[in-house]
Design a protein around this ligand. Structure first.
Ligand code: AHM
Ligand code: MG
Length: 319
């Protein structure tokens, strides 16, 4: 049996003790969040607060609590210089002598909380000694991962050497359940919010029409972490495209703490993650809460979309 601690010990030479300490603290924070979620209704942690976050969304008590648990974890590690969160307006300076920024969505899919559907924490660690080093492309991520809080709590992680999956046991120990996770290159299943089809661009509309005609199945949890976890287990493609009626609006999901960490995990597992004609991980961010269109999953399916976007660019250039 490989526990998370055993795994961390084996990573120390490659990552260095400071980075391992960051990862240990973040994983411990996800264990605490998992514990808090289990009895949240009994503890009165339901509904929404009257506080609105920088995204203009009403925060839930568990959004705030999860954010605080992660901030406390960052403060406990001297090498953390900054924390960036979906729930905070700007980066928070943690330790002046720190070296890393921890970037997180504390509770992704939190609109699903009151219906007891899987939610998750998404996180990423980059090197950033000063605030102006935070806005860099996803290729610079040193660690990325998510914890999915469902029937089981599962930690999915990359430190640059493949993707490892851990499951939380009854004693609160993460135990490795997959040593080298791979996303199957072909799978006939897509995830998209079909209610928004009037806002899709031609490439997405044509892909979905074709997929339905070819007998693909559809699933949409409304928690990106849960949809991602399904793709890790049986493949498929996830799409949250830009709204064609709102040029420049990006998409719904945020680059730094949603698209980038998932993009790194997906590529590390042999899948693809794109924004139209480009890879998610190559996008140079312009702001902390920047929204982007997102497509990721099984390589063969994402390649079909990437090829169609490339053709569109070539057509536009020829006009
Ligand atoms: P959140 O971080 O505020 O929970 O928002 C992100 C979530 C994703 O988990 C999910 O894929 C998406 O929003 C669902 O959006 P929609 O309600 O448009 O289907
Ligand atoms: Mg989110």
């Amino acid at each position: 049996m490989t526990t998370f601690e055993t795994f961390l010990d084996a990573q120390t030479d490659a990552l260095g003790g400071d980075l391992v300490a960051v990862l240990r603290a973040v994983a411990e924070a996800t264990r605490k969040i998992s514990d808090t979620l289990k009895t949240s209704s009994l503890d009165g942690l339901t509904g929404a607060t009257e506080i609105t976050n920088v995204q203009g969304e009403a925060q839930k008590p568990l959004d705030i609590l999860s954010n605080d648990i992660l901030l406390d974890a960052c403060r406990a590690v001297p090498s953390v210089a900054f924390a960036v969160s979906e729930e905070l307006d700007a980066e928070v300076a943690i330790h002046v002598d720190g070296r890393y920024a921890v970037i997180f969505d504390p509770l992704d899919g939190s609109s699903n909380l009151d219906v007891n559907v899987t939610v998750g924490t998404i996180f990423s660690v980059i090197e950033a000694k000063s605030a102006d080093e935070i806005l860099k492309s996803g290729r610079h991520q040193l660690i990325a991962g998510y914890a999915a809080y469902g029937p089981q709590t599962t930690l999915v992680l990359t430190t640059g050497r493949g993707v490892q999956i851990f499951t939380l046991d009854a004693a609160g120990t993460y135990v490795m359940t997959t040593a080298d996770a791979k996303i199957t290159p072909e799978a006939k299943e897509f995830a998209i919010n079909a209610a928004r089809r009037a806002s899709w661009d031609d490439v997405v509309s044509a892909y979905i029409e074709d997929a339905i005609d070819s007998g693909h199945n559809m699933r949409w949890v409304g928690s990106m972490v849960a949809d991602t976890h399904r793709i890790f287990n049986r493949g498929g493609v996830f799409l949250y495209p830009a709204d064609r009626n709102k040029p420049g609006a990006g998409g719904r999901l945020r680059l730094l703490y949603e698209a980038n960490p998932i993009g790194l995990l997906v590529e590390a597992a042999g899948g693809e993650a794109i924004i139209g004609n480009e890879k998610i991980l190559d996008i140079a961010p312009t702001s902390l809460h920047q929204r982007v269109p997102v497509i990721f999953g099984s390589k063969a399916e994402v390649d079909k979309l990437a090829t169609a976007y490339r053709a569109r660019v070539l057509e536009a250039a020829a006009e």
